[in-house]
Design a protein. Structure first.
Length: 182
């Protein structure tokens, strides 16, 4: 057991290369130090940069071993990933840059991605998908997978992503095996 415990202690340091560190968005310790001094205040400030549909009552409710962050608050991930960027200079900046295997390349701006997500969210709603419904997303690693996830989040549907590289038979077998265990 002592051998395993020894593996849990790491004292080495791996500083980044100087050229990488100089190009970093945050290249001094002030942000890190602020978080260490008062992490509740720090995370409250960070969360305030997001759009909240309902503000939180408490930043942290810590009842070991359970922690709840931003208790009482509600936000929509899709809105925060997309909508808040549409009114400013990011509207026409790349949100997704995708490169496929044979050299295919697609770039979706925040505006284009938001349009695709809204369209797919409306498709889901037209099929009867509502907040709290479960949706399985079975796609390869293409931009449409992100569109589907964000569309589900936009309408409040719970989604599970299955990499499209699994064969339909393999997926069916796994789902049936899970059903038998329940």
């Amino acid at each position: 057991m002592t051998e395993i415990s020894a593996l849990l202690t790491e004292t080495r340091s791996f500083p980044p290369p100087a050229d990488f560190a100089s190009a970093a968005l945050v290249n001094d310790r002030a942000l890190h130090d602020a978080a260490e001094r008062d992490f509740i205040h720090y995370w409250s400030e960070q969360a305030a940069t997001l759009r909240w549909s309902k503000p939180w009552d408490r930043v942290l409710d810590w009842q070991p071993p359970h922690a709840q962050w931003f208790v009482g608050g509600e936000l929509n991930v899709s809105e925060n990933c997309l909508d808040r960027h549409l009114d400013g200079p990011r509207r026409n900046k790349a949100a997704i840059i995708w490169e496929g295997e044979p050299g295919d390349r697609r770039t979706l701006t925040y505006y284009e991605l938001a349009r695709e997500v809204r369209t797919f969210a409306n498709v889901l709603k037209s099929l009867g998908v509502q907040k709290g419904d479960r949706v399985g997303i079975y796609l390869p690693l293409i931009p449409e997978a992100a569109v589907a996830m964000l569309a589900c989040a936009r309408i409040g549907a719970i989604h599970s992503v299955v990499f499209g590289g699994f064969s339909p038979d393999s997926l069916r077998d796994r789902m049936n095996m899970r059903r038998r265990r329940s």
